[in-house]
Design a binder for this molecule. Structure first.
Ligand SMILES: Cc1cc2nc3c(=O)[nH]c(=O)nc-3n(C[C@H](O)[C@H](O)[C@H](O)COP(=O)(O)OP(=O)(O)OC[C@H]3O[C@@H](n4cnc5c(N)ncnc54)[C@H](O)[C@@H]3O)c2cc1C
Length: 385
């Protein structure tokens, strides 16, 4: 089976993207991360810088303005940025996902219009508007509608939890275009520009973690888009959402990995410096075992994540592998960050150290782009097939 043939050697492009992301993360993102969290300030300049170095459309073809560097390169870059700042990383992840969906499912006109703008940062963020107040795990139950009126579609309804929505230049919006009983088979997908008339952006959510990332509810009140704004086939939107989320899960597993790596590195440094009973706490076997388990979990998640990225890059089915990477990496990250707080003792519980931020940031990776329970539903189905 091809899974045994995963190529773990990075090629020149992948190494270059990783190095570029690492350098930018260390020099620009990491020094600002604590303040981004503390002030909940939208990191506009940091995100624009990501576009300038080609990290907002990593897996979008070069002829559309993207880096054309592939899925593995994207996963590696996400790990690096998340290591510095998980808030920045999630907005980078969604923007990459939106650019990739347009490149993959768009008409020539849609691709040529939007992809270069996303890649360059002219359209600073892309947003993915699927979830609703009453439909998260079960988007087939969505209530937002799109009704055809001549050469236009008219959207009415509400979305919830939309990452980057307050600043997005482009939204991919899912809406019901057939009666509710058609469930997932009656949903279509639309490209909506930021600032569109009839688009109301709600108050940003006051979150536990990734506090510098903007998360807003949206309302559509008779929002009109031209017929040409339909992405993919009429009533074929659900498939686009599921395919985009499969890829997105590689992004979230990478985000979780980045956060966990940061927590481990800080724990190692702290364990070597802090002394109790006359020796560094790193000398206590209890601490060594924690560090050993943290490193083992990170390596296992990395391998699962790379396998999913590699399979996607090879054009093989990868839904199960992406779900496995996401559920394992996110739960691993929460465990690792929790241990990081423990290793830091009382200092782990205060904001002077980053450990508590990592734990708060890691927690959401078990929820968005499909909860842990939903990943297990996806994996369980294939195990039983
Ligand atoms: C910070 C943040 C950012 C987000 N960004 C975006 C975004 O950009 N775009 C977007 O569209 N959405 C976004 N989301 C939404 C996110 O994807 C949903 O919150 C998530 O899918 C869960 O949906 P829900 O909140 O409605 O929970 P529910 O679906 O109501 O689930 C509640 C609980 O029931 C469990 N459950 C549900 N169904 C099953 C089942 N069949 N079997 C077992 N357990 C089940 C769930 O796992 C969960 O534990 C974001 C969420 C957050 C918190």
């Amino acid at each position: 089976m091809h899974q045994g043939c995963v190529d773990l050697d990075l090629n020149e492009t992948q190494l270059l993207v990783q190095k570029t992301a690492r350098e930018y993360a260390t020099r620009v993102v990491a020094p600002r991360a604590a303040a981004i969290d503390e002030t909940e300030q939208f990191p506009r300049e940091v995100l624009k810088g990501l576009a300038d170095i080609g990290l907002m459309a990593i897996n979008v073809p070069e002829e559309l303005g993207g880096a054309g560097a592939g899925v593995i390169a994207y996963a590696l870059a996400m790990q690096e940025i998340a290591r510095a700042c998980a808030s920045t990383a999630v907005m980078m992840s969604v923007t990459n996902m939106v650019g990739e969906a347009v490149a993959r499912f768009g008409t020539d006109a849609q691709k040529e219009h939007y992809c270069p703008r996303i890649a360059s940062g002219e359209c600073l963020l892309g947003s993915f508007a699927l979830s609703e107040p009453d439909a998260g795990s079960d988007p087939g139950g969505m209530r937002t509608t799109a009704r055809r009126d001549g050469d236009e579609w008219v959207l009415d309804g509400a979305k919830q939890w939309i990452t980057g929505g307050g600043y997005a230049g482009l939204f991919i919006v899912w809406a019901r275009t057939a009666p509710p009983e058609t469930s997932a088979k009656g949903i279509s997908c639309f490209l909506v520009e930021g600032g569109a008339k009839g688009l109301k952006i709600g108050r940003p959510e006051d979150k536990m973690g990734i506090r510098g990332s903007n998360t807003v509810p949206l309302e559509f009140d008779g929002l009109r888009v031209p017929a040409s704004a339909l992405l993919g086939q009429e009533n074929g939107g659900f498939k686009i959402a599921m395919m985009a989320l499969d890829g997105g899960r590689i992004g979230i597993s990478s985000q979780a990995l980045g956060i966990a790596r940061a927590a481990l590195v800080e724990s190692i440094t702290y364990a070597k410096q802090r002394t109790t009973f006359g020796v560094p706490i790193a000398s206590h076997q209890a601490i060594q075992w924690k560090l050993a388990d943290m490193q083992t979990g990170i390596d296992a998640a990395h391998l699962l994540s790379m396998r999913a990225a590699w399979m996607k890059e090879q054009g093989k089915p990868f839904s199960k592998e992406a779900a496995m990477a996401k559920v394992f990496a996110s739960e691993m990250a929460v465990r690792v960050c929790n241990e990081a707080v423990q290793i830091h003792g009382g200092y782990g519980y205060i904001r002077d150290f980053a450990a508590e931020r990592h734990l708060r940031d890691a927690r959401v990776t078990m929820i968005y782009e499909g909860t842990s329970e939903i990943q297990r539903v996806v994996i369980g189905r294939t195990v039983l097939a």
